[in-house]
Ligand binder design. Structure first.
Ligand SMILES: Cc1cc2ncn([C@H]3O[C@H](COP(=O)(O)O)[C@@H](O)[C@H]3O)c2cc1C
Ligand SMILES: O=C(O)c1cccnc1
Length: 336
């Protein structure tokens, strides 16, 4: 059960979260130095292996039980004409996830990952944030807790994903509140809106910041006022993974905006997270840069659902396999 029932308590829990295991990292580095390859020849795979090691607390990290947790929520801001698709697609796509027909079902299977799907009050959209806060504190805390509790015992890697028509507008508003800049810098095409739709998105972000003056000064307040249930749940899942020392691979723009809330609330709160990919959603690159995250993949994907991060699981598994399975120069009788 999530150990918080207020946003203030969530912030304290986040601030008290464990750091990396320095001893495990040192052992993993020493082992990596003795493996049968020229130093650094596995490039970023070596960094990923050491990152997995320091969070899993072992010199021989593993990606045997990755979990993809997809959260779904509905957004009142869809009333502003900000998506190319109607809001009912959210619940329809949840049915598709449950039937195995979505992209994330195929990518989870391809990645050897367990997929869990979490619907968050789909019949109760968040309030339209252009008129005031999207959520009450109780609603925001409940969504954070749902994410926290979704991380399953035994998962050795977590990918948070989302489904929520209108949520690129919510994510843009969040990013704008957290990092400043112009609304137009943070909005993008999402599901494929035209120029008029893009202008409506920028107007909604501006109106949201005007209607929620407290959002600029406080990351958790920004989440409550401008986020959505699936966005808060992804933030809760990333925080819950940290408490359990489970490394996280972040997905696209919406997932990264959710995670950014944690980093802005408590610097260092994303140290256990890597960026799985860089989305084609225009502002994702800027968001990654603000967070100093270097995406593992750039495939031009712009789907969400955890899809880009799901593809990156294979890279993390490859990193762990080399670190944990390779022979040392001594063991293999190779001259070092
Ligand atoms: C069929 C379908 C499947 C999706 N899977 C993810 N998204 C993605 O699109 C939505 C965000 O874009 P916007 O802000 O423009 O609505 C989110 O649900 C996101 O997960 C989908 C969107 C659609 C239409
Ligand atoms: O980057 C993403 O995750 C994304 C972009 C567009 C639409 N849905 C998701």
């Amino acid at each position: 059960m999530a150990p918080f029932s207020t946003l203030a308590r969530f912030r304290e829990v986040l601030a008290a979260a464990p750091g990396p295991d320095a001893a495990a990292r040192a052992q993993a580095e020493a082992r990596n130095d003795r493996l049968t390859k020229p130093p650094r020849s596995l490039g970023r795979l070596e960094d990923l292996a050491l990152w997995l090691a320091e969070w899993q607390g072992t010199a021989r990290p593993h990606v045997d039980h990755p979990q993809i947790a997809v959260f779904a929520g509905n957004h009142g801001v869809t009333a502003r004409g900000v998506s190319a698709f109607p809001a009912e697609v959210t619940v329809q796509m949840v049915a598709n996830f449950e039937a195995g027909g979505a992209a994330i079902n195929q990518l989870a299977r391809a990645a050897g990952a367990r997929l869990t799907v979490h619907s968050l009050d789909l019949d109760r959209p968040t309030a339209d944030f252009t008129q005031g806060p999207a959520m009450t504190e109780a609603e925001c805390v409940a969504a954070l807790a749902a994410g926290w509790d979704a991380v399953e015992a035994g998962s050795d890697l977590l990918v948070p994903g989302e489904m929520g028509i209108g949520n690129t507008t919510s994510a843009a508003a969040l990013a704008c509140a957290l990092f400043g800049g112009d609304a137009r810098d943070w909005v993008g095409r999402g599901t494929g809106v035209d120029e008029a739709g893009l202008a409506r998105k920028a107007e909604a972000v501006e109106a949201g910041l005007r209607a929620n003056p407290g959002a600029r000064g406080d990351a958790l307040e920004a989440l409550r006022c401008l986020g959505g249930r699936e966005i808060a749940a992804m933030a809760g899942a990333v925080a819950g993974a940290r408490a359990r020392r489970v490394p996280v691979i972040l997905d696209g723009f919406i997932c990264t905006a959710a995670a950014a809330v944690l980093e802005r609330a408590v610097p260092g709160a994303l140290d256990h997270a890597q960026a799985g990919h860089q989305s084609a959603e225009a502002a994702h690159r800027a968001l990654l840069q603000r967070l100093e995250l270097d995406p593992i993949l750039t495939l031009g994907m712009r789907l969400g659902e955890g899809s880009g991060a799901a593809v990156a699981i294979a890279v993390a598994r490859a990193a762990a396999a080399c670190q944990s399975g390779m022979a040392s120069f001594d063991e293999a009788g190779v001259t070092g």
